[in-house]
Design a binder for this molecule. Sequence first.
Ligand SMILES: NC(=O)c1ccc[n+]([C@@H]2O[C@H](COP(=O)([O-])OP(=O)(O)OC[C@H]3O[C@@H](n4cnc5c(N)ncnc54)[C@H](O)[C@@H]3O)[C@@H](O)[C@H]2O)c1
Length: 241
Amino acid sequence: MTKHFFDNRYGTGQSTLDGIIRLTDMLLAGKNVVVAGYGWCGRGVAMKARGMGSKVIVTEVDEVKALEAVMDGFQVMSMTKAAALGDLFITLTGDIHVIDKHHFKLMKSGVVICNSGHFDVEINVAALSKMAKSKREAKPLVDEYVLSNNKKIYLLAQGRLINLAGAEGHPASVMDMSFANQALCAEHIVGNYMKMDKQVYDVPARIDKNVALLKLKSMGIAIDKLTNEQKKYLSSWEIGT
Ligand SMILES: NC(=O)c1ccc[n+]([C@@H]2O[C@H](COP(=O)([O-])OP(=O)(O)OC[C@H]3O[C@@H](n4cnc5c(N)ncnc54)[C@H](O)[C@@H]3O)[C@@H](O)[C@H]2O)c1
């Protein structure tokens, strides 16, 4: 039972780019940044990279997410097409071999590749190692692979989570919401487990709303409340007054 779009979108977005910048000192402005996966994490990274002046390309396998990315103003294409264009590649899919042997072959020399998904399977590092004629640690957590045509590919943090390897992970001011959510869910389970089956449940909306309200309060932000007239209007079938 967990809902985590706050930390995935805002936390991963910021900390992933933070990790990349700290390890590479790369100027993101003007770069072609390829973001694989437009889920909660991917859209956070895409949004932040665009904010730093990157030209962001999104790759997806889900039609709806792909369309959302298009409508959000990103270029959307296959990884095979993006491979030849990208300067920086970031995977956030939860999937295996999203960047694979045939993609490495198409990449420009000097590209940087990294992963911010949970496991180190998203980039086929074994295939990259096999293709490379040499490998050296250019600097800590930055491995330079030289392919047979002298093309160089830089892999960050061995394909492990870049925001944990290169930075401190999510800022505390995002994790507070995740932990509040988890604590309130634990309380909910203690009070309701008799009525619950062994399955995954969505976080009850009242818990999400409560955490959001507490966060807004802590930021000194007050929002409008529905008046009784508005509640009645919004829940009625009648159009007009
Ligand atoms: N770095 C972090 O701190 C951090 C934080 C939270 C989650 N994660 C991890 O990041 C990953 C993504 O999390 P999420 O919450 O965004 O998940 P999500 O399910 O919302 O999004 C994943 C997206 O990847 C897409 N996808 C799957 N296979 C693909 C492929 N081959 N090519 C392109 N797109 C593909 C899916 O269609 C989906 O839209 C997970 O592994 C998750 O555990 C990392």
